[in-house]
Design a protein around this ligand. Structure first.
Ligand code: AMP
Length: 446
């Protein structure tokens, strides 16, 4: 979380009393950077492109002005107003990529709205649960609808909701939504909304697909980019480990540091189950969180993890986005994420809201090249460290310099130069590797 260092106060942003009172209750002392920059523009009706990820305070950035605009519309309308307008219409739509995020955003919106005393109706709809309850809750219309694209289309085809009166559209985590394959659903949904509306797009990264969407969708938008990870509250570290020793190193670190709430990322559902089993053999109880778990089971696991009942949660990337777990101290990449942007999303689970967090990656020699790509794309450079008692076999790193050049056709001068450069890089890497004794050195363990 990056607070706004210009000393802007919430009172300076043009927010109305019921919202300011709530922010005081929530002990938000100062707007974050994105809140300070975006809220006045949203209140003025501008479209917005924001480069921001979870942890930046982006939910309040769109929720506060949205609530204010609706409260003002309610005040302007006659007393015979139907909640949320007529029938099954929606005034503000927030599209999110996952059900967890849908619930979380809806909870945040409801929390910011408490001083409107129920006058603003917020509904969340997402897949994996019965459609009937959601159809009922949409009856009579809603002011704010938080939805995942697939379920929303289902509900529209059942006539449970109409989008022709949407005044404000938020696309939250647009990059994630598109990378999860929601492009067609989004196109269908956009065609059902009025052309004239305010659109706010939030994305941690801006791949080509997102850029195309922004050009098509936004009208003279304000553009705001905030630092995606706050270096002052999130410590990133990377440990070289021998191939086949990741589990032992992980178990050692968990025990040695007595970690109480650690989120571990693994790339497959089987990988989650397998790691949980191997940790159990080392007396560490872990729960798994992935797409094969039913919605009920996922919610229960998440609640237990949030409340501290579960110390170790092993998750696939489904958990990487949007989970608001306060004060999560440690996030570990057991497997490296495939895409560099997912690295940022994963580590964004830690060091939230001004808390110090640790994001740790365990890499063996096969991960080494991929981690360099992650560093390059995210413009970071981390020193390779080692865990005492699990020092790596340096000769393997040397070997990989020779067997893993990114092959150019044989016999070209470029290939030789590349091989030499790779060897040099890996020499540098092995020189850099230092034996680490205290994982928390440099900041206090809370
Ligand atoms: P978000 O980026 O929206 O997921 O928010 C991350 C966390 O920061 C949530 O727990 C919010 O409640 C919290 N938060 C948002 N804005 C502020 C603020 N201005 N001051 C303190 N905490 C905040």
């Amino acid at each position: 979380m990056t607070p706004d260092t210009s000393n802007t106060r919430f009172q300076d942003l043009g927010l109305i009393a019921p919202l300011l009172a709530r922010l005081t209750e929530l002990e938000y002392q100062q707007p974050t950077l994105i809140q300070a920059q975006a809220i006045p523009n949203i209140l003025a009706g501008r479209d917005l492109i924001a480069g921001a990820n979870t942890g930046s305070g982006k939910t309040a950035t769109f929720a506060l002005p949205m609530l204010q605009q609706i409260a003002q519309q309610i005040a302007d309308q006659s007393s015979v107003r139907n909640k949320g307008g007529d029938g099954n219409r929606v005034s503000s739509l927030i599209l999110v990529p996952t059900r967890e995020l849908a619930k979380q955003v809806a909870d945040s919106v409801r929390s910011y709205a408490v001083h409107f005393n129920g006058a603003i109706k917020t509904v969340a709809v997402f897949g994996g649960v019965s459609v009937n309850t959601q159809m009922k809750s949409l009856r009579g219309g809603s002011d704010i609808l938080v939805a995942t694209p697939g379920r929303l289309l289902d509900l529209i085809s059942n006539n449970a909701v109409k989008l022709d009166q949407v005044k404000t559209l938020v696309l939250d985590e647009a990059d994630r939504m598109l990378s999860l394959g929601f492009t067609e659903e989004l196109t269908e949904l956009l065609a059902l909304m009025p052309k004239q509306k305010q659109t706010l797009l939030f994305s941690a990264t801006f791949p080509e697909q997102v850029q195309t969407l922004t050009t098509q969708l936004l009208n003279d938008p304000v553009e705001i980019q905030v630092q995606s990870v706050d270096a002052s509250t999130l410590v990133q570290r990377v440990f070289d480990v021998n191939k086949g020793e990741k589990t032992s190193v992980l178990a050692h670190l968990i025990k040695q540091n007595d970690w109480r709430q650690v989120l571990i990322f693994v790339n497959s559902k089987n990988g989650c189950e397998h790691l949980a089993y191997k940790l159990l053999k080392r007396d560490i109880t872990a729960e798994v969180f992935h797409g094969d778990k039913g919605q009920g089971a996922r919610s229960r696991v998440l609640e237990s993890f949030k409340s501290g009942e579960i110390d170790v949660l092993i998750a696939t990337d489904i958990a990487a986005r949007g989970l608001d777990i306060e004060k999560l101290p440690v996030v570990i990449n057991f497997d490296l994420p495939r895409s560099p942007s997912d690295y940022m999303h994963r580590i964004g689970r830690s060091g939230r809201a001004g808390e110090v967090g640790l994001a740790l990656s365990l890499i063996d020699y096969e991960d080494s090249h991929h981690f360099k790509v992650i560093e390059k794309k995210n413009k970071i450079r981390l020193e390779r460290e080692q865990v005492k008692g699990f020092e790596v076999d340096e000769s393997l790193i040397e070997d990989v310099a020779i067997v893993k050049p990114m092959a150019k056709p044989a016999g070209t001068g470029k290939k030789k130069a590349k091989k030499k450069a790779d060897t040099l890089n890996n020499d540098k890497l092995s020189n850099k590797a230092s034996v680490n004794t205290d994982i928390w050195s440099g900041y206090s363990k809370s």
